[in-house]
Design a protein around this ligand. Structure first.
Ligand SMILES: NC(=O)c1ccc[n+]([C@@H]2O[C@H](COP(=O)([O-])OP(=O)(O)OC[C@H]3O[C@@H](n4cnc5c(N)ncnc54)[C@H](OP(=O)(O)O)[C@@H]3O)[C@@H](O)[C@H]2O)c1
Length: 359
């Protein structure tokens, strides 16, 4: 089969013929229809993000495709089923502390790297092999919509954060970094889950205006100006009442002060989910005041990705019309143009738009 291979950090991906993946017990082979590119894929492939990838590797985290073959332990899958290939691979031999690999993207710690040795290759290929539990049926779709369904990759991340802090219908939530790819998906998910108001923060006024235009009065954009206390005051003013929870999705380039501007806006007994890449490149810690956390019974929750049951639920939100995949702008490239696709994804990052490879 044809695949895109990263042979060295900083070199372009090489499109070449590699051996077909072979399924073992507990695995599924999927014919990849569409695979989303992260806006920051170029930073991963250049080595700038310092992600754990054992080279050479076929990168690509997550895909929409059709089941081609499965092992004897699958009891619900059929050949031809449309599935979401969830990149979040967890080790199966420790229920309390599973190691996590993001297949085709990065691994956490020694255990994640050991998983990567086996589930080595990702989605930028004609076929991929995933653990059985990672091939999640999405139901019947039109083949032409496979690229749109890649939006699941953006929607699931904030859903994981909201599930972790138990967002309730009728609550007021701040999405910090709402003008980014994952943050804007966070706004869509919060609304779908019934948030009464979403305070959407960012520095890009045009992107904030677009969020307000799309969603109307339940979304209240607040442009961040870089003065922590002033930004926080304006978040609280926009909330017109207590902020029940905060979801932070800022990137490594953002400062801890930008995170604190939103986190400290939460009400007493409030909940905060930290999901961004802030601090991944080093630098100072978050430094939240101990007495503020203690006296106000604040919950601070770190969250990487999402639990498996998030996937059918987000599919349900889409199927119910609570999230409209038609709202995403998608640019598609063939496998042979994978390097152009990486450059395009970086140059066209932003809310409700992404780039896909359609092998
Ligand atoms: N926890 C998880 O499971 C998980 C999963 C996937 C991704 N992530 C993390 O989520 C982060 C966001 O990803 P993304 O694809 O949404 O990124 P993105 O599209 O680049 O969005 C970044 C957002 O941060 C804002 N921002 C604020 N200060 C910034 C600064 N100094 N430099 C750049 N942007 C700044 C940007 O908008 P303005 O310019 O309007 O301020 C934008 O809203 C990633 O860095 C990644 O580490 C976490």
């Amino acid at each position: 089969m044809k695949a895109a291979v990263l042979k060295a950090f900083g070199s372009p991906l090489a499109v070449e013929v590699v051996p077909d993946p072979v399924p073992g017990t507990g695995e599924v082979i999927v014919d990849v229809a569409a695979a989303r590119l992260l806006a920051y894929a170029g930073e991963v492939f250049s080595g700038a993000r310092n992600y754990s990838l054992e080279l050479p590797i076929v990168p690509g985290s997550g895909a929409i495709g059709r089941v081609r073959a499965f092992g004897p332990d699958a009891t619900h899958l059929s050949v031809g089923d449309w599935v979401y290939c969830d990149p979040t691979v967890r080790s199966r031999d420790d229920v309390l502390v599973p190691d996590i690999l993001l297949q085709g993207l990065t691994a956490a710690g020694e255990g994640g790297l050991r998983l990567q040795k086996y589930y080595h290759d990702g989605a930028f290929a004609e076929r991929m092999r995933v653990p059985t539990e990672n091939a999640v049926r999405i139901g019947t779709i039109d083949e032409a919509d496979a690229a749109s369904w890649c939006a699941l990759g953006s929607l699931l991340v904030p859903y994981g954060g909201f599930a972790a802090i138990a967002l309730q219908a009728g609550e007021t939530v701040v999405v910090n970094g709402a003008t980014g790819a994952f943050g804007s998906a966070g706004v869509a998910v919060a609304l779908a889950l019934g948030a009464a108001a979403v305070i959407a923060t960012g520095r890009n006024q045009e992107a904030l205006d677009d969020l307000a235009r799309r969603y109307g009065r339940r979304v209240r954009p607040v442009r961040m100006q870089g003065d922590e206390e002033n930004d926080r005051r304006r978040i609280q003013q926009a909330a017109e009442g207590p902020v029940d929870c905060v979801l932070d999705l800022l990137p490594p380039a953002a400062s801890m002060s930008q995170v604190r501007a939103a986190v400290l806006a939460v009400r007493p007994y409030g909940r905060v989910a930290l999901m961004g890449g802030v601090g991944m490149a080093g630098g100072p810690g978050l430094e939240l005041p101990y007495p503020w956390l203690m006296r106000n019974c604040i919950t601070i929750r770190g969250q990487w990705m999402y639990a498996r049951d998030a996937i059918p639920r987000v599919i349900g939100l889409v199927r119910a019309g609570l999230i409209d995949l038609a709202g995403f702008r998608i640019t598609s490239f063939g496998l042979d143009a994978v390097n152009e696709a990486v450059a395009h994804a970086a140059a066209h990052a932003g809310p409700f738009r992404f780039t896909v490879i359609e092998p």
